[in-house]
Design a protein around this ligand. Sequence first.
Ligand code: NAP
Length: 261
Amino acid sequence: MFNYGGKYALVSGASSGIGAEFAKALAARGANLILVARRGDRLDALAAEIQTAHNVATMVITADLANKDAGRNMLADLDRRGIHVDVLINNAGWGYIGKFVEESADGMASEIALNVTSLVDFTRAFLPAMLERKSGVIVNVASTAAYQPLPGMAVYAATKAFVLSFTEAIWGETVGTGVKVLALSPGGTSTEFFEIAGGNSGLGQMQTAQQVVKTAMVALDLKNSPPSVISGRVNHLTSLFSRLLSRKAVVKITKQAMVAR
Ligand SMILES: NC(=O)c1ccc[n+]([C@@H]2O[C@H](COP(=O)([O-])OP(=O)(O)OC[C@H]3O[C@@H](n4cnc5c(N)ncnc54)[C@H](OP(=O)(O)O)[C@@H]3O)[C@@H](O)[C@H]2O)c1
């Protein structure tokens, strides 16, 4: 089992939701934290809460990860401070709800820059040193949206399909090296996500961020951890079900579901 004690864990998007819960779960296992997002006041408050509860070191870095080269700039900054990252949680992400032609070109570009480009850049920046040390953990947060196209969230679902495919491939390249790589796919989860996305989830019962993080931590604790995990039994079944149907049927069903929200 990976020993998190005294290791540095970088959590992107730690200022709310799933990222904040990852930070708490990792601190509970003794990891020191590097908390990253744009809202520094939120990160400062979380850092103080975690220090009080778990007595680990915390560092706050405010950054817009949609900016070019965010990952390699972060690596250079942490190298200068003599800190190496053993656990990387690529969690920051957002999605626009609405028709593709109604999303602004800038919004779309920032969605792809954050969900895809920065996640790849961070993985590329921090994975080589983990491989050298033969030890490390990378969790890339995908979504159940990765398992089928979503008319009404076209760009978001496509970015998450990328995250799932990319992460499973990197799992294949690194399995047996001592570095664990995992794609985590939450379904609807009660966070600020849908407020920011500009719509309600329409997904009925949602999981909590704690449940989602627990799914990942349990998968990572397995000796042979899988390339990907879907959080929640119902989410798991519906995601796999879509693989049994024709593509046309899947798109029709997801379109109906999005319109009915
Ligand atoms: N909630 C769901 O139903 C659900 C389902 C499936 C997958 N997910 C995925 O889970 C991950 C976490 O989302 P969440 O549900 O916890 O939503 P959330 O509460 O809205 O959290 C999103 C986090 O990402 C950060 N972030 C957004 N844009 C950023 C940027 N440009 N630079 C740096 N940080 C940025 C936000 O911090 P700042 O605003 O402070 O920068 C925040 O900490 C995302 O990848 C999301 O796609 C969520």
